[in-house]
Design a protein around this ligand. Sequence first.
Ligand SMILES: C[C@H](O)[C@H](O)[C@H]1CNC2=NC(N)=NC(=O)C2=N1
Length: 102
Amino acid sequence: MTEKLSEETRKTVLKPLFDTGWAMVDGRDAIHKTYVFDNFVSAFGWMTQVAIWAEKWDHHPEWDNIYKTVNVTLTTHDVDGLSALDAKLARKMDGLFGGGAA
Ligand SMILES: C[C@H](O)[C@H](O)[C@H]1CNC2=NC(N)=NC(=O)C2=N1
């Protein structure tokens, strides 16, 4: 059963993500990051890769894409807040991001 991250766990799990550009969303127990790619095809290709992992892990992002920019928000709807799955997917997203214009 997925659980909300405890205050203690957040200190270790979220810190590395904040170091790579993730930030808490005002008013939500969620994290957000904007990825900027070299072009639309790179952005969409990255989204496609992420989508496969999201489906495999049954954990899906809230995201939008405008041309070469992808805005991502992660939270776990089932627990109405951040869980380990959000950190896991965020790490995967960062790992798949080869570095664009961002
Ligand atoms: C039925 C399905 O397993 C659930 O709705 C999954 C799907 N993907 C999900 N994604 C996210 N971000 N949070 C969830 O709670 C969630 N739940």
